[in-house]
Design a protein around this ligand. Structure first.
Ligand SMILES: [Ca+2]
Length: 374
C-alpha cells in the first residue's frame, strides 16, 4: 500500500511540474512573439521604402525633386496648352488632363567617385502633342541637374545636397540638337531649381531665353509665363515605375531612352570645365556650326566659301553656346557672344541665299528634322 501511495505521490508531482514547465513555455513563446513583432516593426521603420530599388528612399527622392524643381516658363499661346498628366496603369500614354504636371526621376550617378556620391535628377514635361514644324502626337522633354553632397554636411537630408551642373534638352538625338549644360553657379541655381524656358509648340528646353533662338530656327520663346505646377510626381525608374507610370516604356515616345541615360557624361562635363564660368556649353558641339551647311551640299561652293569664312571667324569657340554677363541675369550677352551669333547668322543667310532659300524653306527644315524630334 505504501508503494502505491508513493507512486501516486510521484505522479502528482510530475503532473504539477508539467503544468509549471508548460507555463514557462507559454510565457517564452508569448515573449518571443512580442519580440518578433517589435523587431519587424522596428525593421520596417529603419528601412524606408525604396520603390524603384535604386538605393534612394522614396521620401528622400521626393524631397530632392521638390527642392530642385525648375521654374518653367511656357508660351501663353502654346498650341498644346501646357504639360499633361497621364492616366496611370495604362501602357499606352493617355492624357488624363493638361494640368501643368511635371514628372521627376532621381537616381545615383553610377560612375561618381566613391568618396563623393552624386545624384542625378531629371524633370520631365510631357505634352499631348508636338505641334510645331514636323509635329507629332506625344512629346517627351526634360531638363536635368547633377547634385553633390555638401562636404561638411553628413545629414541624410535633401538640404545636405547642392546642384553642380544643369542640362537642358533641345531636340535631342536630331541634327538640330541644341541641348546645353552649364555650372549651376552660372545661372544661380545651386540651392534651388533653375529657370527654364520652353519653346512654343516644339517644347525644347533652354537655360537662357536667348538660347531659344540659336537652334535650327524652329524655336520661339515668346509670350512666356510661369508654369504653375503641382508637386513633382516621381516616375521611379523605367523598369520600376512609381505612381502607375507604366506608360514610360511605350515605344510611342523616346521617354525610356531619356530615363535610361545620364546627361552628365564625363567628357561633356570636362569640356564645360575648360570654359569660363560665365559660359553655357553645347552638349553636342559637333552638330552646331555644320547644321545648315550639311543641307547646302557641296554644289554651293561659293556660298560654302563665304559661310566657311564667316564660321572660321566666329567659330573660335564652338563649345560655348552663350556667355553670360557678370551679373548672371542671363538677359544680356557679351560682345563676343553677339559677334558669334551674328556671324553664324550671316553664314547661314549666305548659304540660303545661294540656294534660293533666303526665306524659311519648309523642305530644308523638314530635311533637318528628318529624325523624329523628341
Ligand atoms: Ca529610390
Amino acid at each position: 500500500m505504501a508503494n502505491m501511495g508513493d507512486e501516486r505521490y510521484r505522479t502528482g508531482i510530475e503532473t504539477i511540474m508539467r503544468f509549471v514547465r508548460c507555463g514557462f513555455c507559454m510565457r517564452r513563446l508569448l515573449i518571443a512573439c512580442m519580440f518578433s513583432a517589435l523587431c519587424a516593426s522596428a525593421a520596417a521603420q529603419a528601412v524606408p521604402l525604396d520603390s524603384d530599388h535604386d538605393g534612394l528612399s522614396d521620401t528622400f527622392e521626393d524631397a530632392l525633386l521638390q527642392r530642385f524643381a525648375p521654374r518653367f516658363m511656357i508660351s501663353a499661346d502654346d498650341c498644346s496648352v501646357q504639360p499633361a498628366r497621364f492616366v496611370p496603369d495604362i501602357a499606352v500614354p493617355t492624357v488624363a488632363a493638361e494640368d501643368s504636371t511635371v514628372y521627376g526621376q532621381a537616381f545615383p550617378r553610377k560612375d561618381a567617385p566613391t568618396n563623393a556620391p552624386e545624384i542625378e535628377l531629371h524633370f520631365y514635361h510631357l505634352w499631348r502633342t508636338d505641334c510645331g514644324r514636323m509635329g507629332h502626337p506625344l512629346d517627351a522633354e526634360h531638363v536635368a541637374v547633377l547634385l553633390q553632397r555638401n562636404p561638411s554636411d553628413q545629414r541624410d537630408d535633401a538640404k545636405a545636397w547642392h546642384a553642380v551642373y544643369w542640362y537642358a534638352a533641345a531636340h535631342e538625338d536630331t541634327v538640330c540638337d541644341a541641348s546645353h549644360l552649364t555650372r549651376a553657379s552660372t545661372i544661380d541655381a545651386e540651392e534651388h531649381g533653375a529657370k527654364v524656358w520652353i519653346s512654343a509648340g516644339k517644347h525644347a528646353s533652354f537655360l537662357n531665353e536667348e538660347l531659344c533662338h540659336h537652334g535650327c530656327g524652329g524655336d520661339r520663346c515668346v509670350h512666356s509665363k510661369p508654369l504653375d505646377s503641382p508637386a513633382v510626381m516621381n516616375l521611379g525608374e523605367w523598369n520600376a515605375p512609381m505612381t502607375g507610370a507604366v506608360w514610360m516604356s511605350s515605344t510611342q515616345w523616346p521617354l525610356k531612352d531619356k530615363l535610361g541615360r545620364s546627361n552628365f557624361l564625363t567628357a561633356r562635363v570636362n569640356r564645360l570645365q575648360r570654359l569660363p564660368d560665365t559660359d553655357i556649353a553645347w552638349a553636342n558641339p559637333a552638330k552646331r556650326p555644320e547644321q545648315e551647311l550639311i543641307h547646302s551640299g557641296s554644289a554651293t561652293g561659293d556660298a560654302l566659301a563665304t559661310s566657311g569664312s564667316a564660321l572660321a571667324t566666329s567659330g573660335h569657340n564652338t563649345d560655348s553656346a552663350l556667355t553670360l554677363t557678370a551679373d548672371k541675369t542671363g538677359n544680356a550677352l557679351d560682345k563676343a557672344a553677339r559677334s558669334t551669333g551674328h556671324a553664324l547668322g550671316s553664314s547661314v543667310h549666305a548659304v540660303r541665299k545661294a540656294l534660293g532659300l533666303s526665306k524659311k524653306d519648309d523642305s530644308t527644315e523638314k530635311q533637318q528634322e528628318a529624325t523624329p524630334a523628341p
